[in-house]
Design a protein around this ligand. Structure first.
Ligand SMILES: [Zn+2]
Length: 130
């Protein structure tokens, strides 16, 4: 498995978390890719699915409070929240700094009705149902 970190600003690839030559902090966990360069998808619900729930007001009280805190936090406090909830912080950063298409790739549960609704809304054809 190769792992590359992609700069959300200029798309340059790095082999470790770093500050990109364009000045952007490259701190979102990369996707794993196989030798052919295809993305290896995680299975099962993950923090990205939980952030999608939050976007569509389906979260329970705790996740609602957590994502609200992540949104309100500055970078330093976000990094602290990421120590306990790394996927949730990454999902928020991916949504806000990389984009919905990349976000959709990282969702673990691509068979839910909510994921289908999300893909329809953002015109992400071919991403639902695997
Ligand atoms: Zn860059």
């Amino acid at each position: 498995m190769a792992i590359k970190y992609k700069c959300p600003n200029c798309q340059k690839l790095w082999i470790e978390q770093t500050r990109c030559s364009c000045g952007t902090l490259v701190d979102i966990k990369p996707l794993e890719v196989d030798e052919a360069g295809n993305i290896v998808l995680t299975s099962g619900r993950n923090g990205y699915d939980r952030y999608l729930d939050f976007q569509y007001s389906r979260s329970g009280h705790f996740m609602q409070a957590l994502f609200t805190a992540i949104m309100k936090a500055d970078t330093e406090n976000q990094d602290k929240l990421a120590m306990g909830f790394p996927e949730e912080v990454e999902a928020y950063r991916c949504w806000t700094r990389i984009g919905v298409e990349e976000f959709a790739r990282r969702c673990g549960n691509k068979h839910s009705a909510l994921f289908g609704t999300f893909c329809d809304e953002y015109g992400l054809e071919g991403l639902s149902n695997g």
